[in-house]
Design a protein around this ligand. Structure first.
Ligand SMILES: Cc1cc2nc3c(=O)[nH]c(=O)nc-3n(C[C@H](O)[C@H](O)[C@H](O)COP(=O)(O)OP(=O)(O)OC[C@H]3O[C@@H](n4cnc5c(N)ncnc54)[C@H](O)[C@@H]3O)c2cc1C
Length: 409
């Protein structure tokens, strides 16, 4: 198909989060002239989620969340309008309100939903945090609360615990694993976070879980301990919203399988963002990335591929994310484990980078309050650097120069 033909395609995007919005805006910017429809299950215009567990809990500023101050030019946004089925033969999307939308290119950007502990699901004090509506409800409850209990010691739970402390609400975190951030950060970083949050007054219970929460706020842990909580937030990970895809026969397993061009196994059907499962460029495993940068990067790559298929490049950015936990900015790229590690900077100073290598190649960079070094080292990681621990950890290493050398090699 020539570029001119694809420019006129009818594109329907299911899911109006960061990834869906990114595809729509990218297509328009790159000159796609055919109709674009962006379908959102939520009643809101596209907004950004990271502030929901951070600044939004303090200032409640909803305008600051919007992904675009103005509606996207000539994009039909249907908010509060879930898609309920895909007809791949007829190339139609079935909407809940009975309408059927035809497409030439279909993009699935349906994101994820929080996992819940079944034993806690019906308690009126228990909630999760994914949407603006969740964040509004949590903010309202925190305003009247003095004790927050967070189940899950991952990034969102720790961000919330830090926010609650800032709001004068005592936070307790209960984590089932032996350490914090078990899936998303190296052990040494997790230990630093543990010490930091404890020093700020957050109570943290490792290797424990919450078995019940009474309507009066009494929470029972599996070791028999009882805690009192006004609000309980469960942050134990997410599940992919891949039900539409699965029902239509698109390959998925808690995440829609895509290649570097965001293609599914069905011609003309693409998927982007948290809902996808793709090959991790460093581990080689099929993984869900669940990060802002992945949603944005895949969306931009797909828009480019749809407008100019002949020159399209696969999306292969080294995965990375950030997490603001009170006064700490954590940034992690690549893998969380290697066979060798080195520190750049001193953890006691509050600003440092943990570098990790596997078989002589840089495989992971994790920074605490060291954004400049992180951004340079992330580029070395992406370039497949084999520079040694001695070189990269040296306090006088000129990282900018090393990046330039690596990129011109
Ligand atoms: C509280 C919070 C804090 C975060 N903080 C960070 C951070 O600090 N750093 C970071 O890197 N990442 C962070 N993230 C992750 C980041 O926000 C996500 O990776 C990103 O939002 C993924 O975008 P997405 O468009 O793929 O999915 P989503 O943002 O989940 O959007 C998917 C949209 O699709 C809609 N949808 C689902 N099914 C249908 C349907 N059938 N029909 C129509 N619409 C449908 C959903 O309602 C949703 O609005 C955070 C996430 C949360 C929830």
């Amino acid at each position: 198909m020539s570029a001119m033909e694809t420019h006129n395609d009818r594109v329907v995007i299911v899911g109006a989060g960061l990834a869906g919005f990114g595809v729509a805006s990218g297509l328009r910017k790159l000159g796609h002239v055919g109709p674009i429809t962006l379908l959102g299950e939520e009643a809101h215009a596209p907004y950004d989620r990271p502030p929901l567990s951070k600044q939004f809990q303090i200032d409640g500023d909803e305008a600051a969340l919007r992904l675009s101050p103005e509606p996207l030019p000539e994009v039909q946004l249907l908010s509060g309008c879930p898609a309920v089925a895909l007809d791949l033969e007829q190339r139609m999307v079935q909407l809940q309100d009975g309408r059927r939308l035809p497409w030439d290119r279909l993009v699935l950007a349906t994101g994820t939903r929080p996992r819940m502990l079944p034993a806690l699901a019906t308690s009126p004090r228990v909630m999760s945090l994914r949407t603006l509506d969740d964040a509004r409800a949590l903010r309202q409850r925190l305003g009247a609360a003095t004790r927050l209990l967070v189940v899950g010691g991952g990034p969102i739970g720790l961000e919330l615990a830090a926010m609650a402390q800032q709001l004068g609400c005592h936070a307790t975190v209960v984590e089932a694993g032996p350490r914090l951030m078990g899936r998303s950060a190296p052990a040494l970083i997790a230990e630093h976070l543990l010490q930091h949050h404890r020093s700020q007054g957050v109570d943290i219970h490792l290797g424990r879980t919450v078995v019940s929460v009474e309507d009066n706020g009494l929470a029972l842990l599996d070791d028999g301990k009882v805690l009192q909580a006004d609000v309980v937030v469960v942050g134990i990970g997410v599940l992919a919203n891949d039900g539409l895809a699965v029902a239509a026969g698109i390959d998925a397993d808690d995440g829609i399988f895509v290649d570097g061009w965001c293609r599914t196994n069905v011609a003309g059907v693409f998927a982007v963002g948290d809902v996808t499962r793709q090959v991790h460029p460093l581990s080689g495993r099929l993984e869900r990335m669940e990060t802002w940068s992945n949603a944005q990067g895949q969306a931009a790559a797909l828009a480019a591929a749809l407008v100019e298929p002949a020159t399209a490049k696969p999306y292969d950015e080294t995965p990375w994310y950030w997490s603001d936990q009170g006064s700490l900015r954590l940034q992690c790229a690549g893998l969380t484990e290697g066979d060798t590690h080195a520190l750049r900077g001193d953890p006691a100073s509050g600003s440092f980078v943990l570098l990790q290598w596997k078989a002589g190649r840089l495989c992971g960079v994790s920074a605490i309050n060291a954004a400049r070094d992180f951004n340079l080292l992330r580029r070395l990681l992406a370039a497949g650097s084999t520079l040694t621990p001695e070189v990269l950890a040296a306090p006088d290493a000129n990282l900018k120069q090393l990046v330039q050398q690596a990129q011109s090699a």
